[in-house]
Design a protein around this ligand. Structure first.
Ligand SMILES: CC(C)(COP(=O)(O)OP(=O)(O)OC[C@H]1O[C@@H](n2cnc3c(N)ncnc32)[C@H](O)[C@@H]1OP(=O)(O)O)[C@@H](O)C(=O)NCCC(=O)NCCS
Length: 176
């Protein structure tokens, strides 16, 4: 299991496990007008880009499981594309009580690490045109708008497709 460094408040990012799925699904329903069904998350179990942010893990990183709480997640994967594999951030959310503490960025960065290690040369995502917090997060990680898809969402809102070059993202991290 891959475990990223915890932040000051003891949050760890690790691969999602079956036992996390109910918490993930609860957060999903809290955060989105069109939540993914539970089964959609099940399909991504085992995917290196399906990560959860967990509070209450002991300093050894082991924890006894009982006090752990999933506070956010990201679902991402890599699709082969004739030598220029494409990473896709499919879903990302942080529980409303845990926002503004850097967890969204931690999850996004870890998913980008996972995708670039998995061979992604380009990473894309779709975001609601008026989702300013998410757009600000993506822009600050180097994503740029590629195109706008009118009425992409059921309520009629447009999506922006945003992309970042995998190698450039890695280089910007090395320079930081
Ligand atoms: C988008 C989301 C995941 C961000 O999570 P978070 O843990 O609050 O984000 P962070 O604390 O890591 O903040 C990272 C950056 O995001 C941006 N951001 C976060 N909240 C913001 C807000 N309310 N307004 C504007 N920008 C914001 C900022 O650029 C911030 O960087 P900074 O702290 O250096 O200013 C969270 O708001 C969320 O779960 N939203 C609902 C689900 C959603 O819309 N997902 C995206 C689908 S495309």
């Amino acid at each position: 299991m891959t475990t990223a460094p915890a932040d000051a408040e003891g949050t760890t990012v690790r691969r999602a496990e079956r036992a996390d799925l109910l918490d993930v699904f609860r957060i999903e329903k809290t955060c989105f007008k069109q939540p993914w069904p539970f089964a959609a998350f099940e399909q991504f179990l085992g995917e290196p880009g399906f990560l959860v942010a967990v509070e209450g893990v002991s300093q050894s990183g082991q924890g006894d499981g009982s006090a752990e709480r999933v506070v956010g997640y990201v679902v991402a994967d890599v699709t082969p594309n004739y030598g220029r594999d494409i990473g896709h951030v499919k879903d990302i959310a942080v529980h409303p009580d845990a926002r503004g503490r850097g967890l969204g960025r931690m999850l996004l960065q870890q998913s980008l690490v996972s995708m670039t290690l998995g061979g992604a040369k380009l990473v894309k995502l779709e975001v609601r045109e008026h989702n300013d917090p998410a757009k600000a997060l993506y822009e600050s990680e180097g994503f740029e708008p590629l195109r706008r898809i009118p009425r992409y969402y059921e309520d009629g809102e447009a999506a922006l497709v945003m992309v970042v070059d995998g190698d450039e993202w890695q280089r910007s991290g090395d320079e930081a």
